[in-house]
Design a protein around this ligand. Structure first.
Ligand SMILES: C[S@@+](CC[C@H](N)C(=O)[O-])C[C@H]1O[C@@H](n2cnc3c(N)ncnc32)[C@H](O)[C@@H]1O
Length: 298
């Protein structure tokens, strides 16, 4: 006899529970919904429905991928960031909720700047997103500020392919230019805001990451060198050339990197304002540096 949705769901939850998979019930529901091509709510309303062999084979294949520690976002093929549905696959880092702070800070600076510039012709603001990955930050900024144009860079050509696809799906492709390059090397551009969620995991920390991250997310999106700040330091050195006066640069950093990142900014950019911002968990998460003029508020 063919099993019902309810039976398969219970069995899947039990298997995930035993394998110590995070949020076994939610993961099982998302997986079944994906395999059946239905929304999750549909499952609850039709849990008596019988599943045929092709359905159970599809579900078994997805269960196998979860048990092999493939991240759920890659299995489902998308992840929400800043209220936007983005395609994700192993070419890009899965966007994390804590990165939304960079978007908040960028938008806030653009709003303040636009108020200060009012009456001066309303020029378009320029943002550079360095290490754009899936395009998450670039797209979120564009969707929430219609005046803005973004230059999004990444060293990974494969990541940029997916970022372009995301920008098209989100209707932002005309305002985002994607460029393959090493940080801002050899670019002749200046911006009002620079956002950078660059790799900041130390070599030692990478070895201790859970298999979902260590074995599946791109190494080039994680590896920040010996102390995690290698790329942050390199980009700090490039800010003098690429940030407009009163421009703001925001870097995502690791929770234990605050004082080292702040010290690096103060040493490399004397006379600039540099501050740390915390995430919702109260941990250091962002290094914000501003050229001159207005002080960073908040
Ligand atoms: C931590 S991921 C962040 C991706 C995306 N910004 C996000 O927040 O989800 C870092 C990204 O930086 C890129 N990257 C690494 N080294 C780089 C470099 N030297 N220049 C430009 N991009 C680089 C990686 O390919 C990866 O896409």
């Amino acid at each position: 006899m063919s099993p019902t949705i309810r039976q398969v769901l219970h069995e899947t939850i039990a298997v995930f529970h035993q394998a110590h998979i995070d949020s076994p019930a939610l993961t099982a529901r998302m997986l079944l919904a994906q395999a059946l091509g239905r929304p999750r709510e549909w499952l609850a309303a039709h849990d008596d429905a019988a599943l045929d062999e092709s359905h159970t084979a599809r579900i078994a294949a997805l269960i196998g991928r979860v048990l092999a520690h493939e991240p759920l976002a890659y299995i489902l093929g998308h992840r929400e960031f800043y209220g936007i549905d983005l395609l994700v696959d192993p070419r890009v880092l899965i966007p994390r909720p804590e990165t939304e702070i960079l978007v908040d800070l960028a938008l806030e600076h653009l709003r303040t700047q636009s108020a200060a510039d009012a009456g001066s012709g309303g020029r378009r603001a320029g943002v550079i997103d360095v290490g754009t990955g899936s395009g998450a930050i670039a797209i979120a900024v564009c969707r929430n500020d219609q005046r803005v144009r973004v230059l999004a860079t990444d060293i990974s050509r494969r990541a940029l392919e997916l970022a372009r696809q995301n920008a098209r799906r989100c209707g932002c492709d005309e305002r985002i230019q994607f460029v393959e390059c090493d940080l801002l090397e050899s670019l002749d551009v200046q911006a009002d805001v620079i956002t950078a969620n660059l790799p900041y995991v130390t070599v030692e920390e990478i070895e201790a990451l859970p298999p979902e991250i260590q074995e599946h997310e791109p190494r080039v999106a994680l590896d920040g060198g010996l102390d995690g700040l290698q790329l942050v330091r390199r980009l700090l050195r490039q800010l003098g050339t690429h940030l407009r006066p009163a421009g703001l640069a925001v870097f995502e950093i690791g929770a234990t990197q605050g004082s080292a990142a702040l010290e690096a900014a103060q040493n490399m950019l004397p006379g600039w304002n540099a501050v740390l911002r915390k995430d919702l968990a109260g941990l250091d998460r962002v290094l914000a540096v501003q050229k001159t003029g207005r002080r960073i508020t908040r």
